[in-house]
Design a protein around this ligand. Structure first.
Ligand SMILES: Nc1ncnc2c1ncn2[C@@H]1O[C@H](COP(=O)(O)OP(=O)(O)OP(=O)(O)O)[C@@H](O)[C@H]1O
Length: 251
């Protein structure tokens, strides 16, 4: 039987005021799972990501990666196998560096990040041109532009390409299309789906868009009050409707 790549076991986070924001949560993530994550505001979705990325420690319980307990591994060390794209286009890219330099930097994920512009060879720039052209938003014309002057959609597309430049063991998509206009959001969602499937990535994607949650991924989970209240995959997921999902949105 296939073993999970990541396992959260009785994961609990209690904050200083005594509130429990993740409550004995259990989740096994299998290779090539593309899991859409839904839940009301404050359900614990970002907390779940913060626990996986190592930005927030567990109060109790554990996180395993390929059977090894990594609960105490630093967030920096986890970047060798984890990548995350945030909702805010400003996060994830270095604003003064060009698009090409950011892509080069992303290739060094998990190792020492020193950058020498001579490493940007003609061949590399040609490869980046082809790569960015797949995003369908003219990013390929702006390879030598400082990232800070890109549009939000272009910057978010770049963040996504950077997160997947070196295949991560797990890709965390934290409402990565939420700040974009509907057309740009659809474009990035389609590109995301293509990358995740084409490169056999394992991914978790937080979204408030029920349609996207139903359309994409092989598995869907709903969080409520720090617990998973629905976990469906394949045929069972395909049968779900938006109306079904709304019944899980209880405050
Ligand atoms: N470090 C923290 N200290 C105290 N409370 C926190 C901390 N992080 C999160 N919380 C609280 O825990 C709850 C869950 O927050 P979280 O951000 O995980 O929810 P969410 O499901 O991602 O919500 P949203 O959909 O609004 O982004 C919220 O009530 C939040 O205020």
């Amino acid at each position: 039987m296939t073993k999970p790549v990541f396992s959260l076991k009785d994961a609990t986070v209690t904050v200083s005021n005594g509130t429990t924001i993740l409550n004995n949560l259990n989740l096994d993530i299998y290779p090539e799972d593309f899991i859409t994550v839904l839940g009301t505001n404050g359900a614990g979705k970002s907390t779940l990501f913060n626990v996986i990325s190592g930005d927030l420690p567990l109060t109790s319980g554990s996180l395993e990666h390929n059977g090894q307990d990594i609960s105490h591994l630093s967030a920096v060390k986890r970047t060798s196998f984890l990548a995350r794209v945030f909702q805010d286009p400003k996060l994830g890219t270095a604003p003064r560096m060009t698009v090409a330099e950011n892509l080069l930097l992303a290739e060094k994920r998990g190792s020492k990040r020193t950058l020498k512009s001579r490493q940007l060879t003609k061949e590399k720039l040609a490869a980046y041109y082809d790569l960015t052209k797949t995003m369908g938003n003219n990013l390929e014309e702006r390879l030598q532009t400082a990232t800070g002057s890109l549009s939000g959609g272009q910057r978010q597309a770049l963040s996504f390409l950077m997160a997947t430049r070196v295949k991560p063991g797990l890709l965390l998509l934290d409402e990565h299309t939420a700040a974009l206009d509907p057309k740009t959001s659809d474009q990035l969602m389609a590109a995301t789906n293509q990358q995740v499937k084409g490169n056999q990535l394992t991914a978790l994607m937080i979204t408030h868009n029920l349609k996207d949650a139903l359309t994409y991924g092989n598995r869907l989970i709903v969080l409520n009050a720090g617990q998973i209240v629905l976990d469906v995959r394949d045929n069972e997921k395909e049968k779900l409707t938006e109306a079904d999902l709304l019944t899980y949105f209880v405050h």
